[in-house]
Ligand binder design. Structure first.
Ligand code: HAM
Length: 427
């Protein structure tokens, strides 16, 4: 039997209703905060992620689905392409390519699949979905302001609240600017020198190439060593420190609780200053529902103008998993308002007309077949959880008035065609 590839999943009804519910809530919230949708390609040049996310990150080093293009055209030949493992780099590329600052656009969101070749487990897949939001723009437009960091974090809290996720924890840190990072990496190198040979092969390499990435290590035996390493907070300069303080001040003012985690460095190299994750206890080992932070140098690293930015990406798979703790797909599905039962030969046409009229009133309508006995129609209406059943038989058509039965109470009335929609809409 053919199966979906390892780490990929079919999202099936009724669960897809929860996905749609989450996405609709996200779109509402994004509208309220003046974000606009952007859709970028699912594959990009490999170089974008190497330069954007960082050569030494696990994502780029181990997890990307990369291939060489087989195109015949000279321009395609040998081009290295990659299924996007994340979308910040793609959005910043599009921002630069289309000079989006000239159109006064600086708040973007996107929803779609990402790909990472990770070891699959609960909450970790090779194709997963992110709801991504980014604020990016010229410094003159205020995009480097701590007000933007706080706005992003408050937006996340509002969204989690809207979908009904409670008991999240916001972990917050500042990873400083490049100058702080240089000093920090130097201190890490020194601290690692006497112990690194006891660590895993990856850490031994990281200690040389990019010591900060040692914090990404998941090997249990290495954790006691990692706990003794210095943290970035000791190396922040005045500007980064004040920025971080102001982010926290605004969060306090809008009553967003957070805990500081000085070891939170995030697995992507582009972060500067604010870095954060929202975690949720229900998720087990893969407990980060979302992560994000500020990436003030990314546009320049990709060949663009200076454009400070901050954003986050929600792991939609994980958000839906958390939601399933408290909500069922059934609770967000809109059941049919009415099931139309054509009764007897020639009634499919009449039933189709009535259904078409009612659907234009934004009612959810399902439709049977004239070959069904009345009993079978009732069973079908019951099974799909319809509120009403509407009988379309010869007598009803002749009278232009229809038998409408409320399934829960059993109450039945005859309603003229012109009044049907209003009658059904009235709960
Ligand atoms: P990230 O932390 O790599 O950040 O991913 C964000 C979220 O995507 C994670 O917190 C997690 O919920 C979800 N996620 C990641 N990998 C998987 C996986 N294999 N299976 C299921 N869910 C997963 C980023 O991607 C950044 N681009 C976020 C960002 C936006 N930073 C600034 N702007």
């Amino acid at each position: 039997m053919l199966k979906s590839p390892r780490g990929t999943r079919d999202l099936l009804p009724p669960d897809t209703a929860l996905w749609n519910f989450v996405e609709a809530a996200a779109r509402d919230i994004f509208r309220a905060y003046n974000f606009h949708e952007i859709r970028t390609p699912i594959f990009e040049s490999t170089e974008l992620f190497a330069r954007g996310v960082g050569e030494e990150t696990d994502i780029v080093k181990k997890e990307m689905f990369t291939w060489e293009d087989r195109g015949r055209a000279e321009s395609d030949k040998g081009q290295s392409l990659t299924l996007r493992p994340e979308n910040t780099a793609g959005i910043v590329r599009a921002y630069i390519e289309h000079k989006l600052w000239e159109r006064g656009l600086n708040k973007f969101f996107s929803i779609g699949p990402m790909f990472r070749r990770e070891r699959p487990q609960k909450g970790r897949y090779r194709q997963f979905y992110q709801i991504d939001a980014e604020i990016i723009g010229p410094a003159a437009a205020g995009s480097q302001s701590p007000a933007r960091d706080a706005e992003i974090l408050e937006l996340v809290a509002a969204l989690l609240d809207r979908v009904g996720i409670a008991n999240w924890t916001l972990e917050l840190n500042s990873v400083g600017c490049p100058a702080d990072r240089t000093k920090f990496n130097e201190a890490l190198r020194q601290a690692l020198a006497p112990v690194v040979e006891k660590m895993c092969a990856d850490c031994q390499r990281r200690a040389v190439t990019n010591p900060l990435r040692v914090f990404d290590c998941k090997v249990p035996e290495d954790q006691p060593i990692i706990k003794t390493l210095p943290t970035i907070s000791q190396f922040l300069d005045e500007d980064c420190r004040t920025h971080f303080e102001e982010v926290k001040n605004i969060l306090n003012a809008v009553h967003i609780p957070y805990v500081e985690n000085p070891r939170l460095v995030r697995g992507l190299d582009y972060y500067q200053k604010t870095a954060f994750e929202f975690t949720h206890g229900s998720l087990g080992a893969q407990n980060a529902i979302l992560g994000g932070g500020r990436y003030d140098g990314l546009s320049e690293a990709l060949g663009g103008p200076p454009a400070p930015g901050i954003g986050f990406a929600i792991g939609e798979d994980r958000l839906v998993l958390s939601l399933m703790e408290t909500a069922t797909a059934e609770s967000v599905i809109r059941k049919p308002d009415v099931y139309i039962a054509p009764l007897g030969g020639g009634m499919n046409r009449e039933a189709a007309r009535v259904a078409s009229e009612l659907r234009r009133h934004d009612l959810v309508v399902d439709l049977g077949d004239e070959s069904f006995r009345l009993k079978k129609s009732f069973e079908a209406a019951d099974k799909m959880g319809a509120r009403y059943i509407l009988i379309v038989g010869e007598n009803e058509v002749a009278a232009d008035a229809f038998a409408l039965k409320h399934l829960a109470s059993g109450e039945q009335v005859t309603v003229p065609r012109a009044d049907l929609a209003q009658r059904i809409l009235r709960k």
